[in-house]
Design a protein around this ligand. Sequence first.
Ligand SMILES: C[S@@+](CC[C@H](N)C(=O)[O-])C[C@H]1O[C@@H](n2cnc3c(N)ncnc32)[C@H](O)[C@@H]1O
Length: 211
Amino acid sequence: MSNDSSENCPAVSSDSRSRPGHAIAGSRRCSRLCPASRARTTSLLNLAAELLDPGESYVEVGSYRGTSLVAAMLGNDGEFVAIDDFSFEEATQEGLEASLQRFGLEGATIIGGDAFELLEGGALKGRSVGVYYYDAAHDYESQLRGLQLVEPHLAREALLVVDDSDWDEVRRATADYVTGQPNAQLIFDIPGSDGWWEGMQVLAWREVRPA
Ligand SMILES: C[S@@+](CC[C@H](N)C(=O)[O-])C[C@H]1O[C@@H](n2cnc3c(N)ncnc32)[C@H](O)[C@@H]1O
């Protein structure tokens, strides 16, 4: 889990504020958001969200104070959903909303509560999830469930982004998930290094079903 203790990642000062808009190109769009340790992680989320088809949602589980959500939304169209139980110290819905406001970002749906109860309870009902980013509890069981529970809501083709994949339980859960789910394929697996925090994996979801 990318527990960024700097906590000010999304809280850049007003003079370094980026306005949403495609004028800010590619990875540079996120370069002001975060310390260099997470610059590539946030850029990847921004690029993934840029690939949303009309009507699709970007959904993230684990938003904390908003770094990843702001990164995904900057300059992108689509529906954005953040799920967090705000159990982390200093994680609050008000803090998350303040981060969005700082960047002039509107329209995100913030759902407070336990992600597993929410996903099982139909919180994503009616959505077509084109990008799913999981960055909450990273024990093996949670990690696996976090991937499995979103399946009914995924678009026919989607991206699943897993953070902190250097962690042993995260890595094992992703590997077991891919082994047991023929619709999912690991397409990107980069260890933590300069700009990548503690590793990141991307799975491509392609649903095979009769046309
Ligand atoms: C590492 S932080 C997320 C960081 C965020 N993605 C970012 O870029 O700053 C993990 C978040 O997951 C939340 N969380 C942990 N367990 C959860 C659960 N079972 N359901 C929902 N949110 C949870 C915590 O409150 C915390 O805000």
